[in-house]
Design a binder for this molecule. Structure first.
Ligand code: C2E
Ligand code: MG
Ligand code: MG
Length: 641
């Protein structure tokens, strides 16, 4: 009773007032009934008794109800507090990072895991906009996730990387949900799970599935994917690619005699050597056993040229693997058989290409091993011819079969002002071989470097010899320099040595460079040219107009002369386009303050046209063919002054 009274007096809701009023009515009626019985000696009227009973009933009912409700809400409050404490414990102990951010992106609440994953201290995170955790690479995708969240009210799970306090990136799986809080404000709960370990495991599994455990090279499985990608690339860019299937010769015997441990070591060494023998962008894979595949991309669009490029790489590999391998301080020699197949786009299915490469490799084996074979017999023939040419160029160098011929260059009065030194190959069986037939191969194989050195030495010696000949002493000797030669680190030192050794007067040695070789490494070229210029060496830009001219660079090159290419001079009097080009070249040379010379001048009409438009120097059959020094000396001696 006391509890009820206490309870009723302590609350002030309308339900309580009903109970109080009902109780008061009941109490009043009890008092009235008692009074009437005591004072009047009569029992209270029926209505009073009924009212009393009803009031009592209402009061007790409402009170009981209220007591029950109060108990229930207390229980509810208790259980709410209980579950809130459980939730808080869960929140704090959860291995998932959980954070609540407000509309402005500020962190309102977060748990210990969130701090641990992000690496921030509590105060730092409180002051941090949640967008600061977005990595720049993921910014665009994150913006899309925010859009989805705004649209659907929730988003996830999705994977992303967060930027941790130390700048590192942590891969996480995220879930986000929008909620409304007090004052109807919008908040976002974000749950993040650290998946770095899982990512590492995934990577490990992927690596195991795609890479060869012994050599670390891509395995057959990955190679197939890479080859499909190569075919697609080739389809897009129109450039050839090549597959080089390589098998070590007699590896089984070596493996059996040395033991598998040493065999494995050797395979690892082969893989390392292969890496050093190809370009970074080329793919090397181990197909199993002693079989490797090298995948070359971005070769020429021309099949023959692409075949030559692939052959150069294959030959490099064959020769490289032919060098001894040192295993436990013992030298071992192995050789390889290589089968090559070219591809262009998706003309042939991948499986066919692989089987062609396989067949070519077996052909190489049956042709005596330690050799290279192409799938295409025509290609094979071209390469064999080229290989033979390379061999004979080497022989020609050692047998001293090269000669220099000199072609006169004249001024507008027909007076000899210089010569161009042009190489000839005095072949013992084939007679004179034109440079057009062997210079390209010499350039590809690097043989141009020793050949170029020989040309430079011979030409410089000639300048020296002509110094005592009054007909020849005033002539400038122009020497053609190829790209490989010019890029050779010893080039400048070699020319300097020759200039000094032969006491070449200033302006008597002229180097003919081409645009493409100079523009390849402009700064380096300019540096080299300037050093040589100080030694009195002059420069002419050969074959001008045949390739894309970059005027911005042309202006910066320390040039003396531009040489108009023969192809423009040929039709200069008939083809209006050529005439326009030549006129443009001449006006360009004039504005750059450079001399101009035209090569391939064969007729008086061509010469007159050139003179009319300001070209005052000529080289061509109209004046003289390239001839040996002695012949030119005689010609010059009999030339009218
Ligand atoms: P180039 O430097 O443009 O040489 C000019 C070529 O035009 C020479 O051919 C020359 O014989 C030819 N020529 C000159 N006047 C006429 C003419 O009136 N009519 C015709 N039809 N042809 C004319 P050549 O000697 O066969 O040389 C071809 C190319 O080989 C040279 O072109 C040059 O790029 C290269 N070359 C020649 N000698 C050397 C050398 O010693 N070193 C290097 N790296 N390349 C060389
Ligand atoms: Mg030339
Ligand atoms: Mg030329």
């Amino acid at each position: 009773m006391l509890r009820l009274a206490n309870f009723l007096l302590s609350r002030k809701s309308w339900k309580h007032w009903i109970a109080v009023v009902a109780l008061s009515v009941a109490a009043t009626e009890v008092i009235v009934a008692t009074m009437s019985w005591l004072l009047l000696g009569r029992i209270a009227p029926d209505y009073l008794l009924t009212g009393m009973v009803a009031s009592l009933l209402v009061a007790s009912l409402v009170s009981t109800l209220l007591l029950l409700l109060a108990d229930k809400s207390r229980a509810l409050a208790c259980s709410l507090a209980d579950s809130e404490s459980k939730l808080r414990t869960l929140f704090e102990l959860s291995p998932l990072g959980i954070a609540l951010t407000d509309r402005e992106g500020l962190h309102v609440e977060f748990n210990a895991a969130y701090l641990r994953i992000s690496g921030y201290a509590e105060e730092e995170l409180r002051a941090l906009d949640c967008r600061a955790l977005t990595t720049p690479e993921f910014a665009e995708e994150e913006a899309r996730h925010y859009e989805l969240l705004a649209r659907d009210g929730r988003n996830g799970p999705y994977e992303k990387a967060i930027r941790c306090r130390d700048g590192s990136q942590m891969p996480v799986r995220a879930n986000a949900i929008q909620v409304r809080g007090g004052a109807n404000r919008q908040y976002v709960w974000t749950i993040i799970e650290d998946i770095s370990e899982q990512k590492l495991k995934d990577k490990l599994i992927w690596t195991q599935a795609n890479y060869d455990a012994l050599t670390g090279l891509p395995n057959r499985h990955l190679l197939m994917d890479l080859m499909q990608m190569s075919l697609a690339t080739s389809q897009r860019n129109g450039l050839h690619g090549a597959m080089l299937l390589l098998d070590l010769d007699h590896f089984k015997t070596l493996n059996d005699t040395l033991g598998h441990g040493q065999g494995d070591k050797l395979l690892r060494e082969v893989a390392n050597r292969l890496r050093s023998l190809v370009r970074n962008q080329d793919t090397i894979a181990r197909l199993g056993g002693d079989e490797f595949m090298v995948l070359l991309e971005d070769l020429s669009q021309e099949a023959t040229e692409a075949a030559v490029q692939a052959e150069v790489v294959a030959e490099n590999i064959r020769a490289g693997l032919g060098q001894p391998f040192v295993l436990d301080r013992t030298e071992h020699h192995i050789s390889s058989s290589i089968g090559i197949v070219l591809f262009l786009g998706r003309r042939r299915p991948l499986e066919d290409l692989v089987s062609y490469a396989d067949a070519a490799m077996y052909q190489a084996k049956s042709d005596g091993r330690n050799t290279i074979r192409f799938h295409d017999p025509k290609m094979q023939a071209v390469l064999e011819k080229r290989g033979a040419l390379e061999q004979s160029i080497r022989l020609a160098l050692s047998r001293n079969e090269f000669r220099l011929h000199y072609q006169l260059q004249v001024d507008q009065h027909g007076k000899g002002m210089g010569v161009e030194a042009l190489i000839r190959w005095q072949h013992p069986e084939q007679g004179t071989v034109s440079p057009a037939d062997f210079i390209p191969v010499a350039e590809e194989t690097g043989l141009i470097v020793p050949i170029g050195k020989w040309v430079m030495e011979t030409a410089c010696r000639q300048i020296k010899d002509w110094r005592d000949n009054p007909d020849m002493a005033g002539l400038t000797v122009a020497v053609n320099v190829s790209a490989r030669q010019f890029q050779d680190p010893d080039f400048v030192a070699h020319v300097r040595e020759l200039v000094e050794l032969n006491a070449i007067p200033c302006g008597h040695l002229k180097l003919e460079l081409t645009e493409s070789m100079v523009l390849h490494q402009v700064e380096e070229s300019i540096r080299k040219m300037e050093v040589l210029r100080k030694l009195g060496v002059r420069f002419s830009l050969d074959d001008f107009g045949t390739c894309y001219s970059s005027l911005a660079y042309l202006k910066r090159l320390p040039l003396d002369q531009i040489k108009i290419d023969r192809s423009f001079v040929l039709d200069i009097t008939h083809d209006p386009n050529d005439a326009v080009i030549v006129k443009a070249i001449l006006s360009l040379a004039g504005s750059l303050g450079l001399d101009a010379i035209a090569e391939g001048v064969e007729t008086g009409e061509q010469r007159n046209f050139l003179e009319l438009h300001g070209c005052l120097a000529y080289q061509g059959f109209l004046y003289s063919r390239p001839v040996p020094a002695e012949v030119l000396e005689q010609e010059m001696a009999t030339r009218p002054a």
